[in-house]
Design a protein around this ligand. Structure first.
Ligand code: NAD
Ligand code: MG
Length: 383
C-alpha cells in the first residue's frame, strides 16, 4: 500500500488523480488532501476516501467549513500555509502529488522532500521558479522527483533505458492551442471565455490560457531544463495538434523514442503514483484498428511570442525563468479579469523581463523576492 498526499485535490489534475486512486484502492491509499477554498468538494473527497488529514489554504473557507460541519469527524482539518507544509511532510505518507497551481506549492514541496517523501510533480510553475533548489534538495535527500506533466512524463519514460549522455535533444510536443488556425488579425478579439476552452484537454483556466499563448510550452521548456539538465539549444518544440505523442527523445545516433497515450492526464498520474510498478489504465488506450492521424509541424514563433520569450528567459539564466513565470501569471490574471487584451500577455512578459533585475545565482529567498517584484512590475504596466 502506497500512502498518498494530494495537494490541489479539487482541481483538474486532482480530479484525474482521484480516478486513479479509486481504480487502484488495493495499491494506493489517500491519507492527506489540500485545496485552496472549495471546502464542500474537499469534504466529499474526505468522506469518500476516508482521508485522515485535510488542509484548506483559505482561512475564510476553513471558517465556513467549520460552521457548516462539512467534514467527517474522522478527518483532522487545518488551514493556512504552515498546515500545508505539515500535510506535505505527514509521517504516514510515501508520496506527495503536487497538483496546486502557481507557486504556492513550492514550500510544501520542499518540506515534503526534506521529510524524505517521493514527489509526483504536476505543478510546473513552482519548478520554473525554484527548480535549482527543488532538484538539488531531491538529489540530496535521494527522493524521486517523478514528472507528472505529460510531456515530461513521456520523456522520463523514454529516458529509463537511455542515459542522458546518449541523448541529442528532447522534443516537446504542443497542441498549438485553441487558436492555432485563427487568422492573426482576429487574435486581438480573443475573450477569456474563448481562451479557457481547449480542443483536446480538459484543464484548469490558467493552463488553458497558457496553452493558447504557448506560454505553457515555454514553462515546460524550463521545467525540462531543470528535470533533465539540458540547456535551451537541446530543447525543441514541435506542434502536434492531436496530443497523442506526448514528447520525443532524440538519441545521438538519430533514433527517436516517443511515448503515446490518449490526451488524458490519468496515464501520467498513474505512472507516477504506481512507479516503478504498472497496472491496467483507468480508461482505454489508443486503438490502432480505428483511424488515427498524427500530424507534426514546426511552431511559427511570430505567432507565439510567449514561446520565444521563454527561450530568452532560459538562456539568460539566474532569475530569468522566475521573472517569466511571475509576469505570465499576472498577465493571465489581468486578461481573465478583462483588464488587458489577449495580445497584451506577451507584452507584459517582455516588459517585465527587461525591467526586473536579473540575479545570476539567486538563493531561494532572492527568487521569492524576484517573484514578488516581477508580479508588481507586470501589474504596473498600463496598456
Ligand atoms: P486547477 O486550477 O484546476 O486546480 C488547482 C488546484 O490547486 C485546486 O485544487 C486549488 O484549490 C488548489 N490551489 C490553488 N491555489 C492554492 C493554494 N494557494 N494553496 C493550496 N491549494 C491551492 O489547476 P490544474 O489544471 O489542475 O493544474 C494544476 C497544476 O498542474 C498546474 O501547475 C498546471 O500547470 C499543471 N498541469 C495541469 C495539467 C492539466 O491537465 N490540468 C496538465 C499538466 C500540468
Ligand atoms: Mg504539459
Amino acid at each position: 500500500m502506497k500512502k498518498v498526499v494530494l495537494l490541489g485535490a479539487t482541481g483538474s489534475i486532482g480530479g484525474s488523480a482521484l480516478r486513479v486512486l479509486r481504480a487502484h484502492k488495493d495499491r494506493l491509499q489517500l491519507v492527506g488532501v489540500a485545496a485552496k477554498g472549495k471546502h464542500r468538494e474537499l469534504a466529499d473527497i474526505c468522506r469518500e476516501f476516508k482521508v485522515g488529514h485535510a488542509v484548506l489554504q483559505s482561512e475564510r473557507a476553513y471558517i465556513e467549513a467549520k460552521k457548516a460541519g462539512d467534514f467527517p469527524s474522522s478527518t483532522q482539518l487545518n488551514c493556512g500555509s504552515q498546515a500545508l507544509e505539515s500535510l506535505a511532510s505527514l509521517p504516514d505518507a510515501d508520496i506527495v502529488l503536487v497538483a496546486t497551481v502557481g507557486t504556492a506549492g513550492l514550500r510544501p514541496t520542499l518540506a515534503a522532500i526534506d521529510a524524505g517523501k517521493d514527489i509526483a510533480l504536476a505543478n510546473k510553475e513552482l519548478l520554473v521558479l525554484g527548480g535549482a533548489h527543488v532538484v538539488e534538495a531531491a538529489h540530496r535527500k535521494e527522493v524521486r522527483l517523478l514528472p507528472t506533466d505529460s510531456e515530461h512524463n513521456a520523456i522520463f519514460q523514454c529516458l529509463e533505458r537511455s542515459p542522458i549522455d546518449q541523448v541529442d535533444k528532447l522534443i516537446l510536443t504542443a497542441s498549438g492551442g485553441q487558436f492555432r488556425n485563427t487568422p492573426k488579425s482576429e487574435l486581438s478579439q480573443v475573450t477569456p471565455e474563448m481562451a479557457t476552452q481547449h480542443p483536446n484537454w480538459s484543464m484548469g483556466p490558467k493552463i488553458t490560457v497558457d496553452s493558447a499563448t504557448m506560454a505553457n510550452k515555454g514553462l515546460e521548456l524550463i521545467e525540462a531544463h531543470w528535470l533533465f539538465g539540458l540547456e535551451a539549444d537541446r530543447l525543441e518544440v514541435v506542434i502536434h495538434p492531436q496530443s497523442v505523442v506526448h514528447s520525443f527523445v532524440q538519441q545521438i545516433d538519430g533514433s527517436i523514442l516517443a511515448q503515446l497515450s490518449p490526451p488524458s492526464m490519468t496515464f501520467a498520474i498513474q505512472h507516477c503514483l504506481l512507479y516503478p510498478d504498472r497496472a491496467p489504465s483507468v480508461e482505454p488506450t489508443i486503438d490502432f484498428t480505428k483511424a488515427l492521424q498524427l500530424d507534426f509541424e514546426a511552431p511559427n514563433y511570430a505567432r507565439y511570442p510567449c514561446l520565444e520569450l521563454a527561450y530568452e528567459a532560459l538562456r539568460s539564466g539566474g532569475a530569468g525563468p522566475a521573472i517569466y513565470n511571475a509576469a505570465n501569471e499576472v498577465a493571465v490574471e489581468r486578461f481573465l479579469a478583462k483588464e488587458v487584451a489577449y495580445l497584451d500577455i506577451p507584452k507584459i512578459i517582455e516588459y517585465s523581463l527587461n525591467k526586473v533585475e536579473l540575479l545570476v545565482a539567486p538563493s531561494l529567498d532572492q527568487l521569492l523576492e524576484t517573484n514578488n517584484e516581477a508580479r508588481l512590475t507586470a501589474q504596473s504596466l498600463k496598456l
